[in-house]
Ligand binder design. Sequence first.
Ligand SMILES: [Zn+2]
Length: 413
Amino acid sequence: MRTYRARILSFENPSSPAEYRYMSVDDEGRIVGLSRGKPAITGELVDYSEYLILPGFIDAHIHLPQLHKRAMVSDSLLEWLERYIFPAEMEFSDADFARKVAREFFSTLIRNGTTTAVVYSSPHRGATEVAFEEAMKSGMRTVIGQVLMDMNGPEELLTTPERAASDIRAVASRWHGFDGRLFYAVTPRFAVSCSMELMRTASEVADRMGLYVQTHLSEQMGEIEEVRKLFPWAKSYTDVYHEAGLLGERTVVGHAIHLSDRERAILARTGTKVAHCPSSNFFLHSGVMDLRAHERLGLTVALGSDVGAGPFLSMLEVLRDAYYANAMSPAKAFHLLTMGGARALGMEDRIGSLEVGKEADFVVINPEPLAEAGEDVEVLLSRLMILGDERNVAATYVRGRELWAQHQNERKG
Ligand SMILES: [Zn+2]
């Protein structure tokens, strides 16, 4: 057993964080004690007195092959995809290249305090297998899916419904549920690049194998117009996915910006979750997601970086944009980042907060030079939310295991 001494904050309550001084973690990586006073039995004592410990950050929407295509200014989402993203994803037909980027991708996420990421791979089965292998080695928790498209894209990136089904089955049967840490998400890119047949096939395989589903919904007006032309019978963009059987408890849709209340009600009724990606939405001028409207209808909202349209891997920087998009208290923002992410994945009984019985996924934060650990909690979290970035991350733990620490690097260097 190990006991950590720090200013420990957890955000299961969106209006006021729970606070402790000691957290004990057993050898299986489970939290077995939280207290304000020193516990009688501590095991090894790890002293982070000048630091904060927060629940691990959950990035609910990120694209691995777009790591090096951030900050490519463009006129619209569809132009950005054609000009920068499709060519970038084509390079992932080379498995060695895919492995090099995947390795860098997961280690960078960990350095940023992200303990769980929901990842879009490229449209290649090989690159997706490589992504799972590297995720396994990294120690992170991840949900990964091979991007599916069968129209409106370059030939090299297109699949067929039959090939998509066999790719999903092959990769998911090996990796879905691996070590209780890795999971598969069926990943049609978005309705613009998927036929109804492909989406239906994908949702059937997801249902049969109990997989997650992820896709993009209502990000930009031009995209919505395109969906209207492609699926003229549908009452709305959301209706296209509903008809395809893609919506449900295990589905996370990215963006969900330009929605009617009728569409929000369909998402809520089916239990579909939303990954809100404010940095990406500002970057591509997609619009501002209305958090209150979503919550009024009972939708679960998580936060995503959406790298590469989002420029920041640091979820602290995404928090700042979440605050600019929808005014909220720092405690609420950290709640969305941690509990929101866990709920979106149906993992709230295991991760998302620091509570006895949960798995110990946490981030050690050095609040300096923005604030001191002893600062009033509201001020402390406010500074981190608006000014924080990867420089404030001192160490990252998943299931009680230290995956990375600043001091370790200094020693090595
Ligand atoms: Zn995306």
